[in-house]
Write a protein of this length. Structure first.
Length: 213
């Protein structure tokens, strides 16, 4: 039984991939709570747990965030030529960054970094790397949980570009925005429209590893 459990865990991790096309099937609140709890189980430096979740089910709220993210992504690609930038923003490039899937998914989970402003790691003046690593671990753990529950999830970092817009939008929907919140990733979640998602090919292990025996 233990062997099967190990094999199932490894299979979930190895088959997980981002979902960017969702059906309108309802996602149970208990599944969302399981995903959040799995995120909480992720490690963070000194167990600081520097994060906060906002679960968004309201369709209009998701639509406003999706549109703001699309406009915000334009800032990210200001140095690109117009054709390449438009292709990325509209999700037509190989990297496929279509922010409108935020509105399509039944649920979107906004993951914020929430940290004591007086906290410092003494590593970098502008970036507390350990806390950023902790938040990233949370997001990935949530993606694994979604896969295990038979749900699709996408990792969308466009919210990095729109902190002020998010504050304006979410305040309208009753969220008391904290100045210590920093948007890091939004995770659309739901049931995939596609029966099977194709995982992008990974490099050969020998290309990305060395062993010291």
């Amino acid at each position: 039984m233990l062997k099967n459990t190990k094999e199932s865990c490894i299979s979930v991790i190895n088959t997980r991939t981002c979902c960017r096309s969702f059906s309108d099937k309802t996602v149970a609140d208990c599944d969302i709570e399981s995903i959040l709890k799995t995120g909480q189980a992720a490690p963070s430096a000194k167990n600081r747990q520097p994060y906060f979740f906002i679960v968004i089910k309201n369709q209009q709220c998701k639509k406003e965030i999706a549109l703001a993210a699309t406009r915000g992504r334009e800032k990210q690609f200001t140095n690109w030529d117009q054709q390449s930038a438009e292709s990325m923003i509209k999700g037509k490039s190989k990297m496929n960054s279509n922010d409108l899937v935020i509105a399509e998914a039944p649920v979107a989970i906004l993951l914020l970094r929430d940290s004591d402003p007086n906290y410092s790691e003494g590593i970098s003046e502008n970036l507390e790397i350990q806390e950023e690593q902790g938040v990233a671990c949370v997001a990935y753990s949530m993606m694994i949980a979604a896969q295990a529950l038979g749900l699709g999830m996408a990792w969308m970092c466009s919210v990095l570009n729109i902190p002020e817009e998010l504050e304006d939008i979410l305040t309208k929907y009753g969220i008391a925005w904290k100045k210590t919140w920093q948007p890091r990733v939004i995770l659309p979640v739901g049931y995939s429209k596609k029966e099977k998602l194709r995982k992008p090919k990974r490099k050969e292990l020998k290309e990305v590893s060395s062993w010291i025996n």
